[in-house]
Design a binder for this molecule. Structure first.
Ligand SMILES: [Fe+2]
Length: 209
């Protein structure tokens, strides 16, 4: 393989990496949406799938602008994030809200990776004085940021509280002190899905006693 010997080549390489990442996402997002139970979460994912299609076409415009063929270069980073997400989402959860919390975590990891990639590509496009491409990439970056903010909002306002409430309902039936502790612990760590999962399994073992 030829070595990268100019900023321009490096930039094309970066765009190919992002192009591959976005293409992978068009396959991964529908799978996540299918597993989501919360309506807001599902529609946020479906909406972002549409945006992702648009981002792919912006990248194609950027390649055209540079006189380069639109072609992906396997993005190991996105591949890894998606594999990890797949693994976590596929685990057993006591209730659907906990799985939704994990789906949000996976989707936000994706968004942050993309935000980083677009940020660097925009800086390089500026160096190369590719103003039209800067504009295209900035539009996509804004969509990624908005998608991330939307996911944070869903995580805070819907999914985690419902997950905690469900534990509270089952606690009311049995009422062990350990379970009450687990629920408040779960609330205080609502932002961390893995911790919520630990609390949930604690609540489950407390109920068994
Ligand atoms: Fe994207």
């Amino acid at each position: 393989m030829a070595s990268i010997d100019s900023m321009n080549e490096l930039f094309v390489d970066e765009l190919r990496d992002i192009y591959d990442a976005e293409k992978r996402l068009t396959k991964a997002i529908p799978k996540l949406a299918k597993k989501a139970s919360n309506d807001d979460l599902r529609s946020a994912l479906e909406e972002h799938l549409q945006e992702t299609e648009g981002q792919i076409s912006r990248l194609e415009q950027a390649f055209e602008h540079l006189g380069e063929r639109a072609k992906g270069k396997p993005c190991a980073g996105m591949k890894g994030i998606l594999e990890e997400g797949d693994e976590h989402v596929g685990e057993d959860y006591e209730d659907d809200d906990l799985r939704d919390a994990v789906i949000i975590g996976s989707a936000q990891r994706v968004e942050h990776y993309e935000i980083a990639a677009y940020g660097t590509a925009i800086a390089h496009a500026r160096l190369l004085q590719q103003d039209d491409i800067v504009q295209l990439l900035e539009e996509s970056l804004e969509e990624e940021k908005a998608a991330d903010a939307k996911l944070s909002q869903i995580a805070e306002s819907v999914v985690n509280i419902e997950a905690a409430d469900q534990s509270e309902e089952s606690e009311e039936k049995t009422g062990p002190a350990r379970s009450r502790q687990a629920t408040s612990r779960q609330r205080s760590t609502a932002a961390s899905s893995s911790k919520a999962r630990v609390s949930s399994s604690r609540a489950k073992s407390a109920r068994r006693r």
